[in-house]
Design a protein around this ligand. Structure first.
Ligand SMILES: Cc1cc2nc3c(=O)[nH]c(=O)nc-3n(C[C@H](O)[C@H](O)[C@H](O)COP(=O)(O)OP(=O)(O)OC[C@H]3O[C@@H](n4cnc5c(N)ncnc54)[C@H](O)[C@@H]3O)c2cc1C
Length: 332
């Protein structure tokens, strides 16, 4: 079944500031819209956010649906999902794109369940095939294959996309668009059992992974918390940031989810990426595909990670890391 209906993006804002991923979703939606000819609509929800539609239009939205209501001040799953469900039922868009951030991953799944339609979570690409169907590309089976997801029977098609995967369009403040104000429909008689109290921004030390020019990422092959400390020391002396794979996070070596790179973590574009003891699973590699120079250290000379590397070092991380640290200190 071909797409019949507008492409929507659900813009994500925190405390009245749009997240970068909202612009990235607009960039992709514009690309898809060229093919199907429908306008691109951004939906933005919150309280006291009247300035945001102009910014969304400047970044490519043809229309913005603004829902500005006091009960939408803080993101709360049941409330946001109810309002969005009613809005989607009213306008019947063909495609709705969400960010795959923590809150929007949850929101997209809830809205999809309410509307009984398909949700392709953590998509890494979206395109139309020759039959005009939307193909949603999602890594599957431990990242060894890329699954092509179709949603032939129900509408809208819902996809969530990680921040950093798509590129935003250049801002054009001269762009004109339509702004439609809608009430927060459905909340009149709804009493939530929950109450969102505040949004807390975590302040983390060191260079943020997504801004770092040099990223040193560690995987399961690092082998121990002691060797992980050497990796952190090396990152510090190179003014870089530390990233990790899922197993390194599960082992408790990495400091937290904010260091995870890949489909369920961050998408990064450093000038130099150096991976230590990483096998190159698609789930991880999609997060580094736009990096500059990619170097990997692995003790298996036949590791598939070398196929996606500009430079490969067949070596044991335990032995190489202390030597690297020594050389860098010497050079300083
Ligand atoms: C839905 C889903 C989402 C996922 N999302 C993510 C994600 O966002 N990010 C992510 O990273 N993973 C993710 N994963 C997990 C992913 O599929 C892989 O399992 C993971 O990336 C592999 O991590 P790794 O390379 O550290 O470990 P492994 O695959 O176990 O590889 C370890 C590598 O280290 C090498 N090695 C071993 N010892 C040494 C040594 N002493 N010196 C040098 N090299 C050594 C080995 O040869 C091997 O190549 C996800 C999985 C699923 C199912």
């Amino acid at each position: 079944m071909k797409i019949n209906g507008e492409i929507w993006i659900v813009a994500e804002q925190v405390k009245g500031n749009l997240k970068e991923v909202s612009y990235e979703l607009l960039g992709k939606a514009k690309e898809l819209a060229v093919k199907d000819g429908f306008p691109v609509t951004a939906v933005v929800m919150g309280s006291g956010i009247g300035a945001l539609p102009a910014d969304l239009i400047a970044h490519g939205a043809d229309k913005v649906i603004l829902i500005d209501a006091p009960r939408l001040l803080l993101y709360q799953n049941d409330i946001y999902a109810l309002v969005l469900e009613n809005l989607i039922r009213k306008y019947s868009p063909g495609i709705v794109l969400f960010s795959a951030s923590y809150s929007c991953s949850e929101l997209s799944a809830t809205v999809g369940a309410k509307l009984r339609t398909g949700v392709a979570a953590h998509s890494i690409d979206l395109y139309y095939n020759e039959q005009g169907e939307l193909v949603q590309v999602v890594p599957a089976f431990g990242g060894r294959v890329l699954g092509e997801i179709f949603c032939p029977l129900t509408r809208p098609i819902i996809a969530s996309i990680k921040p950093g995967v798509f590129k935003k369009q250049a801002k054009d403040t001269a762009r004109q668009g339509e702004i439609i104000e809608e009430p927060a429909a459905g909340l009149e008689h709804y009493q939530s059992p929950l109450k969102a109290v505040t949004v807390v921004q975590e302040h983390l030390s060191g260079v943020p992974l997504e801004d770092a020019e040099i990223v040193l990422a560690g995987g399961w092959g690092v082998g121990s918390a002691e060797v992980w400390q050497l990796l952190e020391k090396l990152a510090q002396s190179l003014h870089g940031a530390v990233g990790c794979t899922r197993p390194a996070l599960d082992e408790g070596w990495a400091k937290g989810e904010h260091e995870l790179i890949g489909v369920s973590g961050k998408t990064i574009r450093p000038k130099v990426y150096i991976g230590f003891g990483i096998s190159g699973a698609t789930h991880h590699v999609v997060g580094i595909k736009d990096s500059g120079v990619v170097i990997n250290v692995n003790n298996d000379p036949n590791s598939p990670v070398f196929q996606i590397s500009d430079y490969g070092v067949a070596a044991d991380v335990k032995e190489l890391l202390p030597k690297l640290l020594e050389k860098i200190e010497e050079a300083k």
